[in-house]
Design a protein around this ligand. Structure first.
Ligand code: B12
Length: 211
C-alpha cells in the first residue's frame, strides 16, 4: 500500500490525525498488522530518536511523534489481542521508577496479549513494591520490566532484590527490555531473559515458561 510511507512521515512529523487516518486505511486494505508496526511505525520512532540524539529534534517533537504513534497503535491493539487464542500464562508488565517511556512496553504487552498471555499492564514510573504486590495479586508467571534510560535501568536490580526479599523470586520469571538493555546486563542483574523487540519477547516468554 503506497500510503504506508505517509504513515512513517506522519509519525516522524508528529501528525496524529494523519497517522490515524493512514492506519485506518491500511487496516481496511488488510495490510499485515506487524508489517505496519515494524516497517513503518517503529522505524519512524527510531528516526526521531536519532534526530534527537543528533540535536536535530527536541522533546516537543519526541512527544508529538509519541502521540501520533499511540493514536495509531490504539487502532491496531484489537487486532493484536486475539481472544480466540488459549491463555498461555499471566504476565505483569511495567516501566520502572523514574522512567515515563511506555510505547515499547505497550507494544510488548499487546504482542503478548495477542499471543495468548493474560497481560496486566501496570503503567510507568513503577516502584519495586508495586511490582511485588502486582505479581502476588495476579499470581503472575512472568514479570516484564521496561527501561529506556541509562539512569533508570539499574532500578531493575532493586526490583529483583525486592522480589527476593518478599520470598517470591523463584516463583516468577523475569524478562527485561528497553533500548539501553542487553543480555549481558540481564545476566548481571539476575534476570531470566532479555529481548530487543516485541516479537522476540513473545518467543522468549514461551521459552521461559517451558523451561
Ligand atoms: C518517544 C521518546 C520519549 C517520549 C516518551 C513518550 C512515551 N509515552 O513513551 C518523551 C518525550 C516523554 C521522552 C522523554 C524523555 N526522554 Co525519551 N525517547 C523517546 C524515543 C525517541 C523513542 C522511544 C520509543 O518509544 N521507541 C519506540 C519503541 C517501539 O521502541 P522501544 O521503546 O525501544 O521498545 C522496544 C524494545 O526496546 C523492546 N522493549 C521495550 N521494553 C521492553 C520490556 C521487555 C520486558 C522486553 C522483553 C522488551 C522491551 O521492545 C519494544 C518493541 O519492539 C527514544 C529514542 C529511541 N530511539 O529509543 C528517546 C530516548 C529513550 N529518550 C531519551 C531521553 C534523554 C529522554 C528525557 C530524559 C529527555 C529530557 N531531557 O527530558 C526524557 C525522560 C523522561 C522520563 N523520566 O522518562 C534518551 C535516553 C538516553 C539514555 N541513554 O538514557 C533517548 C534514547 C533519546 C536519545 N537518543 O538521546 N522520550
Amino acid at each position: 500500500m503506497e500510503n504506508l510511507d505517509q504513515l512513517y512521515e506522519a509519525i516522524l512529523k508528529g501528525n496524529r490525525p494523519l497517522a490515524i487516518e493512514t492506519t485506518k486505511l491500511a487496516i481496511e486494505q488488510k495490510v499485515d498488522i506487524r508489517t505496519i508496526i515494524d516497517n513503518y511505525m517503529s522505524k519512524a520512532m527510531d528516526e526521531i530518536g536519532h534526530r534527537f540524539e543528533n540535536g536535530k529534534a527536541f522533546v516537543p517533537e519526541l512527544l508529538m511523534s509519541a502521540r501520533a504513534m499511540k493514536g495509531a497503535m490504539e487502532l491496531l491493539q484489537p487486532f493484536l489481542a486475539n481472544s480466540d487464542v488459549p491463555r498461555a500464562g499471566t504476565v505483569v508488565i511495567g516501566t520502572v521508577k523514574g522512567d515515563l517511556h511506555d510505547i515499547g512496553k505497550n507494544l510488548v504487552a499487546a504482542m503478548l496479549e495477542g499471543s495468548g498471555f493474560e497481560v496486566i499492564n501496570i503503567g510507568v514510573d513503577i516502584p519495586s513494591g508495586k511490582f511485588v504486590s502486582s505479581v502476588v495479586e495476579h499470581q503472575a508467571n512472568i514479570l516484564c520490566l521496561s527501561a529506556l534510560l541509562t539512569t533508570t535501568m539499574n532500578y531493575m536490580k532493586d526490583v529483583i532484590r525486592a522480589l527476593e526479599e518478599a520470598g517470591i523470586r523463584n516463583k516468577v520469571k523475569i524478562m527485561i527490555g528497553g533500548a539501553p538493555i542487553s543480555s549481558t546486563f540481564a545476566t548481571e542483574i539476575g534476570a531470566d531473559g532479555y529481548s530487543s523487540n516485541a516479537n522476540a519477547a513473545v518467543a522468549l516468554a514461551r521459552q521461559l515458561l517451558a523451561s
